[in-house]
Ligand binder design. Structure first.
Ligand code: AMP
Length: 302
């Protein structure tokens, strides 16, 4: 695996792959790689002839300076892991390479998708930072396919919107959230949690499971499902920043769980802000004979 730091070097390396008509896969990351990132790299390796992993901690998407300052950085380790997972190129540009003096352009997805949930907590500049850097990375590498995680569900939808609206010639592939053995969604920020905080962070997957369990038992009212998630978090000493039950493509809130919905949540554990999400299915409606036998039991008990 080669490490390149400039767009010129990246393009020179990719020219050969492109000339041979092989497909190019891009996995954008901010580094501190974990199994979630590696699952994206492995997918790219399975589907593409050349795999580029970008490693850039993008200052413009951080709304808190302290979050940017303490974001974990480990390039040498990342390079080893990316190579082992199948990357051919690690593109690790400097901030100066991405945002040279005089840089004055931003790319923004407007409307509902970038106004709710994460945007409420992190400000509209967060998604503007994401869409600007992703557009730049796509233009720099010109991949056929780019891989993103469902872990950042809202970001994934925003990027799909961006690519569709600008007719960018790239296919966006989503991959499921990879979790630790105890259910905590892998995140580079988990490294910043103390042992006690990490235990408390399990409130997030537990809240998702509580809502799913309630749905399995037949609950369909959003209010009740959200309450199940919220109470579980609070019971474990974590104050939710938001908990929302939404339609998976628009992120519009749903009042009742009629079909597959997305449950999203965010919370701070100590100084570390964590997000998680899960699809949630309504329990199948009981069939006639189940209803009849329930009625019979009810009559019997009466
Ligand atoms: P990041 O380095 O946090 O910007 O993430 C880079 C990519 O990895 C994004 O597309 C994330 O959605 C994805 N990702 C982060 N965590 C996970 C995870 N636990 N499982 C799957 N993908 C993830």
């Amino acid at each position: 695996m080669r490490v390149v730091r400039t767009v010129t070097e990246l393009r020179a390396e990719l020219a050969c792959a492109r000339a041979q008509r092989g497909t190019i896969g891009l996995v954008p990351t901010m580094g501190a790689l974990h199994e979630g990132h590696l699952s994206l790299i492995r997918s790219a390796f399975e589907q593409c002839e050349t795999v580029v992993v970008s490693l850039f901690v993008n200052p413009s998407q951080f709304n808190e300076h302290s979050d940017l300052e303490r974001y974990p950085r480990s390039e040498a380790r990342d390079a080893r892991l990316a190579a082992r997972a199948g990357a051919d190129l690690l593109f690790a540009p400097s901030a100066q390479e991405v945002y040279p003096g005089g840089f004055a352009t931003s790319v923004e997805v407007l409307g509902g998708l970038t106004e709710k949930l994460e945007a409420r907590s992190r400000g509209s500049e967060h998604f503007r930072g994401v869409t600007t850097v992703v557009t730049k990375l796509l233009c720099m590498a010109l991949p056929d396919v780019a891989y993103f995680g469902q872990k950042d569900a809202q970001q994934l939808l925003v990027i799909k919107r961006l690519v569709a609206d600008l007719n960018l010639p790239v296919r966006i592939e989503a991959r499921p959230t990879v979790r630790d053995h105890d259910g905590l969604a892998l995140s580079s920020r988990n490294a910043l949690l103390s042992a006690r905080e990490r235990a408390r962070a399990l409130a997030l997957p537990a809240a998702l499971e509580a809502a799913r369990e309630s749905a399995r038992r037949g609950e369909r009212r959003a209010e009740a499902l959200l309450a199940a998630a919220r109470t579980t978090m609070e019971g474990r000493g974590v104050e939710p920043e938001y908990v929302a039950l939404v339609e998976p493509e628009t992120l519009n809130e749903v009042p009742t769980l009629e079909q597959t919905a997305l449950l999203l949540l965010a919370a701070r554990v100590g100084e570390v802000r964590l997000i998680d999400n899960s699809f949630i299915e309504p329990a199948p409606a009981p069939n006639i004979s189940q209803l009849q036998s329930r009625e019979a039991v009810a009559q019997c008990n009466a």
